[in-house]
Design a protein around this ligand. Structure first.
Ligand code: AMP
Length: 189
């Protein structure tokens, strides 16, 4: 059983690696970005509230994602483990998650920091934008998302370091090499 949090700049490969690990470990891959994009597509109340923030490359308000995660982590499939991809992204979210996990008698095993330089992720994301048509994968929005990451999400690295949960993996390698390093870094949890 594993409970893992993936940190890293947009385009670091969190989604790809989280999917690979979630399949090999038979635990759900929970991506707040995917849940939000599905809500935008369906035009739910959540989606309508989130769309403008997402298109601009800003974070959606903490209260929206916090409610989403509170519900998602209590679904039956998440009782045996999970990989969180894209959550938490602010200190407030991290503090909420810590409290929620205590309440539901769970604990995070590891937080993985997938490390890739900005110029490399910018190239990757511009390519992804051309292929997927994601409205937030344009160069100007990507640069803004990286700045948002520095300002709001990067402080979580020391938050998890101080809780002795952080491992760092070099994300600037082939997909298979990253997966192998991840498995070593996570160890038998
Ligand atoms: P992602 O697919 O993880 O890159 O997320 C895409 C967008 O969804 C982000 O740029 C934010 O606008 C929004 N989003 C995803 N996760 C969160 C979160 N934990 N907190 C706030 N906004 C989020």
């Amino acid at each position: 059983m594993s409970r893992l949090i993936f940190l890293g700049v947009p385009g670091a490969g969190k989604g790809t690696q989280a999917l690979i690990l979630s399949e090999s470990q038979c635990i759900p891959h929970i991506s707040t970005g995917d849940i939000l994009r599905a809500a935008v597509k369906k035009q739910t109340a959540l989606g309508l509230q989130a769309k403008g923030f997402m298109d601009a490359g800003n974070l959606v308000p903490d209260s929206l994602v916090i409610d989403m995660i509170r519900e998602r982590l209590q679904e039956p499939d998440a009782l045996k483990g999970w990989i969180l991809d894209g959550f938490p992204r602010t200190l407030e979210q991290a503090e909420f998650l810590e409290k929620l996990l205590q309440e539901i008698n769970q604990a995070c095993d590891r937080t993985v920091n997938l490390d890739v330089e900005d110029e490399i992720v910018i190239k990757r994301l511009v390519e992804r934008g051309k292929e997927s048509g994601r409205s937030d994968d344009t160069e100007a929005t990507i640069r803004h998302r990286l700045q948002v990451y520095r300002d709001l999400t990067e402080p979580l690295i020391s938050f998890y370091q101080s809780r002795k949960l952080l491992v760092t993996v070099n994300g600037d390698q082939s997909m298979d090499a990253v997966t192998a390093d991840l498995k070593t870094a996570i160890g038998p949890v």
